[in-house]
Design a protein around this ligand. Sequence first.
Ligand SMILES: Cc1cc2nc3c(=O)[nH]c(=O)nc-3n(C[C@H](O)[C@H](O)[C@H](O)COP(=O)(O)O)c2cc1C
Length: 214
Amino acid sequence: MSLHEMRKSYSMAGLTKSDVDADPVVQFQRWFKEAQQPDLPDWVEVNAMTLATADPQGKVTSRIVLLKGIEGGRFCFYSNYESEKGQQIAANPHVSLCFFWGHLQRQVRIEGSAKLSDRNKSVDYFHSRPRESQLGAYVSQQSSVIDSRQLLQEKYTELESEYHQQEIPCPDQWGGYEVEPTRFEFWQGRPGRLHDRVCYRRDRELWTLSRLSP
Ligand SMILES: Cc1cc2nc3c(=O)[nH]c(=O)nc-3n(C[C@H](O)[C@H](O)[C@H](O)COP(=O)(O)O)c2cc1C
């Protein structure tokens, strides 16, 4: 099928301002729960989100990361602080998150400001991960150029024997980020491209709701 011919019609549900909770985090949790359907294929990761970051000159990059918690209304993920995203966030904390739940014909966009998680929380989470993931995080200088995969594997094997039956320390440059949202948008696909979009904007502690044109 050609790209021109690829299109779907969306007709599963609608969304109005009166359908949604006054608190966008509660609304997010409602949709997130609905996205976790038991019969989904194994490869679907409903907590996968596109994270967009930008440097102070406005150069934007995006990639997938996994949502690992929502605490106090903040959205948490883990990464390497010295990676490209880490360097951009250090210089410019404004980020956006985007979830696509195709099986529900839904998208959620979140904008906000990212800060580093509390160190103890990062260390605790690091140690809750499988040992292979801990070693992987230790070995990888994320986003730097490397000569070969073999070098990574050698370093991995070296560390594996160095820390055999010992706790692997959480690398200083690895840990959590918390995104404090200032804007949410809940998008529900509708027929004829007349999609429903409900947007929340934060003004101090208050959220104001509006409907956006598709
Ligand atoms: C499904 C999926 C989940 C991912 N989860 C994470 C994650 O939680 N944290 C992370 O740092 N990278 C994650 N990655 C890798 C990132 O997409 C990216 O390659 C990496 O973080 C380097 O990005 P950067 O060079 O822009 O900093 C994931 C990739 C995929 C496809």
